[in-house]
Design a protein around this ligand. Sequence first.
Ligand code: 5AD
Length: 330
Amino acid sequence: METSMDRQALFDHLTRTPLEVLMARADAVRVRHVGEAVHVRGIIEFSNHCVRNCLYCGVRRDNKTIERYRMAPNEVIELALKVAASGVPTLVLQSGDDFAYAAPDIAAMVREIKRRAEVAVTLAVGERPFADYEQWREAGADRYLLKHETASEELYVLLHPGQRLESRLKAWRHLRSLGYEVGTGMIVGLPGQTPDDLAADLLLTEELQPDMCGIGPFIPQADTPLAHTPPGDFAMTLRMLALARLACPAVNLPATTALATLNPADGHFLAFRAGANVIMPSFTPPDYRRHYRIYDHKANITMEQVLMEIARAGRKPARPQGGVHRAHRS
Ligand code: 5AD
């Protein structure tokens, strides 16, 4: 570990240390531990149905105003293969917590993608029975993204009706025990969230030592109970990124879409300066994507812009893993 991450030190870094100082430290740690490469992960948001009712999220169950969609497994597979063939080395299959896709449906998608492309597959489909996680791992899924969202028990219970932080962490640890690379992450600027709560997020992250940590600001969505809550603070989100890099030097840290939504001109750029080494463009077909409205004005970035942002930050795209390009060209 690069700094002493006790709660008081974290509190000071979140409230007092100049942002430039934190960013410079994080950048140095990033250079040393993960280098100049930026990893591109292609997201496919294949369903916006969700059984959960998270207060901040636009695809929450009680939002009757958004149009719901589900992509057919074949449609997901064909799109995934197309994205993989374009040289994107990792795919993230993401959806709301949608039990209409039974475990074998998702397993079959994963199996088929892994059979036909040399690509890492990440699943981000929420909390499911452990047997489902096992089945998907056996089908070849490499990674799983299950953010803890907030480490404050009190906030967690308030914002996720009927859900418990403890169960989520139990699921997270189970995923890790199955051999997945596992990602966590949190939302910065939730209503009532204090610097102490954010320090708790970092302490939990340090304890979990995740393979990935997605950190984004809260952004209000008009059809949720938090429609009129102000968005999270941009600079505070950069602080959290930088501190996550210090707490977990080799972690994969995305420059998140939510951060770019708050600051379209410089969000990705500054994230890359604050420790980020991953970018996750969406490949969801536009007619579906506009309904994947977890928050309003969600930014979208094309592959061309991704490469421009990477170059602008003075970095380079990571080489595709083992022969993705070769397999495609031969
Ligand atoms: N603002 C920011 N992030 C949000 N998410 C959901 N709703 C919001 C919001 N209003 C994030 C959560 C979830 C991911 C899919 O999107 O962290 O894990």
